[in-house]
Design a protein around this ligand. Structure first.
Ligand SMILES: [Zn+2]
Length: 263
C-alpha cells in the first residue's frame, strides 16, 4: 500500500501577522457617582441570553496570547456561567460590536465550537492523525457546529472557514465615511490560530486524565528563560496538582490494600 503524502499547510503571508491590541464588543456604561466617570457594566445573564443593554457604546478588551487554544478549549459550552465569565474577561465572542442589547448564548457557543473544531483539524493534520476514525473519536462540539466534518470534507471546511474569519485581517483602503470593520474577538482569535499555523506550532496534550486538552505553554505561569524547555506535561499548575493528588491517593490506596492482604 502506498502511503498518501500529507499536504503541508501553507499560509500567506508565510509568517505571523500582528493581531490588533484590543477587540471591540458592545457594552453598557454607568456613571460612577464619586468620580463622575463612565464605567462599563459587566455582561449579565438573563435566561439563555447575554445582555448589556441599554447600548451606550463599544468597549475595548485587551486579549491575552493564545486564548483560542488555552481558555477557549476549556470552556464547558453548556455552562452559561462559564460563558459569562469568559465574555466579561475577553469580550463577547461571536457578537458584533453594534449588536442589539442582548444575544442568545448559542451565538457564543457556535463561535467557540467553530474555533475549537478548526484548532482540532489543524492538530490532527500536523500530527498525521487526520483520518475519518480520528475525527470520529475527537470531541467535535458537534452539537454547535452545523456542518458534519469528516476526513473528506475536513480540509475544505478548514480552509473555507479560516479564510472567512481572516477576511477582517485583509489590508484595505477607503474614502470619507468608509468604516473599517471593528476588530471582534472572533477575528482576533482566528488570527492567533493563523499565527500558530504560520509558525508551525505543535501542541502538547495535558497529562491530567480528566483534562487531556491541547496546550503550548503552561497557563497562568510566567515563562522564564529557564522554564522554556522544561518538558511540562500539564497544561496548568491546577492540572498538575490535581493529577499529583490522584496519583498520591492511588499509591496510598495500593499501599493500604497491600497491607490488608498481608494481614
Ligand atoms: Zn490540563
Amino acid at each position: 500500500m502506498i502511503a498518501s503524502a500529507v499536504q503541508p499547510i501553507t499560509t500567506r503571508p508565510a509568517g505571523p501577522i500582528t493581531p490588533p491590541a484590543e477587540v471591540m464588543a458592545p457594552a453598557a456604561y454607568w456613571l460612577r457617582d464619586e468620580e463622575h466617570t463612565w464605567a462599563p457594566t459587566p455582561y449579565r445573564l438573563e435566561g439563555d441570553r447575554l445582555t448589556w443593554g441599554p447600548l451606550w457604546r463599544f468597549r475595548g478588551f485587551a486579549v491575552a496570547p493564545r486564548v483560542y487554544l488555552h481558555e477557549l478549549r476549556r470552556l464547558d459550552l453548556s455552562d452559561g456561567a462559564q460563558l459569562l465569565d469568559f465574555c466579561n474577561q475577553f469580550g463577547a465572542l461571536g457578537i458584533q460590536p453594534d449588536a442589539d442589547t442582548s444575544m442568545h448564548l448559542d451565538e457564543i457557543r457556535n463561535a467557540a465550537a467553530l474555533l475549537r473544531t478548526l484548532t482540532s483539524i489543524y492538530h490532527l493534520h500536523v500530527t498525521g492523525q487526520f483520518s475519518t476514525e480520528s475525527i470520529q473519536e475527537w470531541e467535535w462540539d458537534a452539537e454547535w457546529v452545523a456542518p458534519s466534518v469528516d476526513a473528506i470534507t475536513g480540509h475544505e471546511f478548514f480552509t473555507n472557514e479560516m479564510n472567512r474569519l481572516l477576511d477582517a485581517a485583509t489590508p484595505m483602503v477607503g474614502f470619507g465615511n468608509h468604516q473599517q470593520r471593528p476588530n471582534t474577538l472572533l477575528d482576533v482569535l482566528a488570527i492567533q490560530l493563523f499565527n500558530d499555523i504560520a509558525a508551525g506550532v505543535t501542541y502538547k496534550t495535558c497529562a491530567s486524565e480528566t483534562c487531556r486538552e491541547l496546550f503550548v505553554n503552561q497557563i497562568n505561569r510566567k515563562v522564564t528563560r529557564n522554564s522554556r524547555n522544561n518538558g511540562t506535561r500539564y497544561c496548568s499548575p491546577r492540572c498538575a496538582r490535581a493529577q499529583g493528588q490522584r496519583n498520591y491517593r492511588l499509591r496510598t490506596n495500593d499501599h493500604r490494600s497491600g497491607a490488608e492482604l498481608g494481614k
